[in-house]
Design a binder for this molecule. Structure first.
Ligand code: AGP
Length: 602
């Protein structure tokens, strides 16, 4: 899940590409590189490490050119190194390639080329593409790209340059995202829109096996059979500023504080805006089962939603990890609605789960944040979170927006099923409309969380417990902390502790207890007592009045809230806790080690 970018125009390609790579670095930060068409061929600078190191190198060896390609890497094949960095150049220095994706048959292709005497300089799967292009090139780079892509198995988004055709760059993709941007000052390719948003909001979304020929004066689209293609030019509504930090120290903190605004916009879009017509067109009476499938935090949103749907709709809901769902031969059919949740809309396992569901005749409803993404395009129904570009690898605002859309779906489905009368439906929808203000209340008072978190940097392990829907959101609290603070963490259903895990509780172990289910206050508080009696410290997050802060227990009160919607409040406090623990550890919060924002490979 690398980031690729390209530019052809009259402006300084190096500046545009490096700037774009900065916006793409959340996709991978193991190495970075750039190639520009210069006098007599390519000039390539690439190296292991963060983009900042490449920038420093470019200061020493400046490049110049008006056409170029760039890459930021998340290593899959071959460790982070200079040699494994992109762009990869063919053995005759005629073709340069940047690649996002995985070539599954690269070993076979590499062996064949090596038998023909071609020498490889890296361990990557991607270099095979450059060497294949070099091998097949006979004066027509488009023909070459077609020949090569017909031999590749796996996923790819490619930017290709050829010294003999210095005024063009070729782009093609399969299963990985690629947008083509156009402006008065040139044309662009990029893995996602924020990378070129400063220059244009006019984009084409490339579909699988479509070829784009990018030149200074415009773009041309061809099918894989070299048929000219007409594509629809889309206008992106995100503002260039939305992909900036706006004075916050990290994108994650900015995105946490954006939540009241984006929750209002997302709720409005579902109650009266674009999403409403899609939600109203869904007829839940056609289904006898709901399946929610996704990855990571999006899957945690599904787990929260399971409690809401089952409680309000009295319909069986299965939550499935997409990476398992795609291979488990799930029991679904035409009477199943499969809900796919994804911020990026490009997560490989979730795309495969979508295709699996469709192949079994199930209806598919996607909840996605990125317009034009693969999941948005392939799902039968699609509704969008209004979170805007989410840059920090650890999702916050998109997750919270997914929750409110899932709540509104559940309330509407319950009404359709006659489980809710009209006034109850209105009451619940009103409760949802009040969530943004309650989140704002929590964000207005971060001192106690910040102070508490600053004393948690030394923990090697932190536990999260909750009951029912508190347990579901505890899963997200635990994941958030792990992702950015590198502290081991587990979330458990409160009642499970006594069945094993409590053996891990010792003096000063920290247990974060979520308590927002009034009917279970007593139960979860006795779980808190049980761990305290084993020496643990408890951070109690919730609206349960029971407990007073003391030596072993610290309480972070949350505004009162309808139980089923309380995860939207808990998660704001959990996000802040994770953020401030990581900030106090001085970690790179927006780009945690080994992670990437959009997992486009299996
Ligand atoms: C969450 O903070 C992580 N970035 C990760 O778990 C993420 O939720 C997962 O990769 C799914 O991504 P998606 O929502 O873009 O499909």
């Amino acid at each position: 899940m690398c980031g690729i970018i390209g530019y052809a125009g009259e402006q300084d390609a190096v500046a545009i590409i490096v700037e774009g790579l900065k916006k793409l670095e959340y996709r991978g930060y193991d190495s970075a590189g750039i190639a520009v068409s210069g006098e007599g061929g390519f000039d390539v600078v690439k190296q292991k490490g963060r983009l900042a190191e490449l920038e420093a190198r470019l200061e020493c060896t400046p490049l110049a050119g008006k056409i170029g390609i760039g890459h930021t890497r998340w290593a899959t094949h071959g460790e982070p190194s200079d040699a494994n960095s992109h762009p990869h150049v063919g053995s005759k220095n005629r073709i340069a390639v940047v690649h996002n994706g995985i070539i599954e048959n690269y070993k076979k292709l590499k062996e064949r080329l090596e038998q023909k005497g071609i020498r490889f300089s890296s361990q990557t799967d991607s270099e095979v593409i450059a060497q294949l292009c070099e091998y097949y090139y006979s004066g027509d780079i488009i023909e070459t790209v077609i020949k090569v892509t017909n031999r590749l198995e796996g996923s790819y988004a490619l930017g290709v340059m050829c010294v003999d055709e210095p005024d063009a760059l070729i782009a093609v993709k399969k299963d990985n995202p690629l947008v083509v941007g156009v402006s008065a000052n040139g044309s662009f390719i990029a893995s996602d829109v924020p990378a070129i948003l400063k220059h244009t909001n006019k984009v084409y979304y490339l579909d699988d096996k479509e070829i784009a020929v990018i030149k200074k004066d415009g773009v041309e689209f061809l099918s894989i059979d070299r048929e000219p293609l007409q594509k629809k030019l889309e206008t992106v509504t995100w503002s260039p500023g939305s992909a900036e930090k706006a004075g916050y120290p990290h994108f994650m903190l900015k995105e946490i504080f954006e939540q009241p605004k984006i929750l209002r916009e997302t709720v409005n879009s579902a109650l009266s805006g674009e999403n409403k017509s899609v939600i109203d067109s869904l007829d839940v009476t056609r289904y006898n089962k709901l399946v929610i499938t996704a990855c990571g935090s999006a899957n945690n949103a599904g787990t929260v939603a399971k409690y809401v749907f089952e409680s309000l709709c009295r319909l069986p809901v299965e939550t499935e990890l997409a990476s398992e769902f795609r291979y488990k031969n799930a029991i679904i059919d035409t009477k199943t609605l499969v809900i796919l949740v994804s911020q990026s809309g490009e997560t490989a396992d979730t795309i495969a789960a979508l295709r699996e569901a469709r192949s079994k005749g199930a209806d598919t409803l996607a909840i996605v944040n990125v317009v034009g993404s693969t999941i948005a395009k392939e799902a039968r129904f699609c509704i969008f979170t209004a979170a805007g570009p989410e840059i920090a690898v650890a999702t916050t605002k998109a997750f919270s927006a997914q929750l409110v859309l899932l709540y509104i779906l559940a309330v509407n489905f319950a009404a359709q099923l006659g489980r809710l009368d009209n006034s109850t439906q209105m009451t619940l929808l009103h409760e949802i409309e009040r969530l943004p203000d309650k989140v704002a209340e929590i964000l207005a008072e971060t001192d106690s969380i910040q102070k508490y978190a600053s004393n948690c940097v030394g923990y090697k392990s932190i536990f999260f417990i909750g009951r029912n829907i508190d347990y579901a959101i505890a899963l997200e609290g635990s994941l958030k902390l792990k992702e950015i603070s590198y502290i081991h963490s587990e979330a458990y259903a409160g009642g499970e502790l006594k069945h094993g895990t409590i053996s891990l509780i010792e003096e000063d172990t920290l247990v974060v207890v979520l308590s927002n289910c009034e009917r279970l206050y007593g139960k979860i508080m006795s779980n808190a007592e049980q761990v305290i009696s084993r020496g643990a410290k408890v951070l109690l997050i919730g609206n349960s009045p029971a407990a007073e802060s003391g030596e072993k227990l610290t309480r972070i009160p949350l505004p009162a809230c309808y139980e089923l919607f309380s995860p939207s409040l808990s998660v704001a406090a959990l996000q802040l806790f994770a953020y401030y623990v990581a900030a106090n550890k001085g970690l790179d919060i927006d780009k945690p080690r080994n992670l990437a924002k959009s997992v486009t490979v299996e």
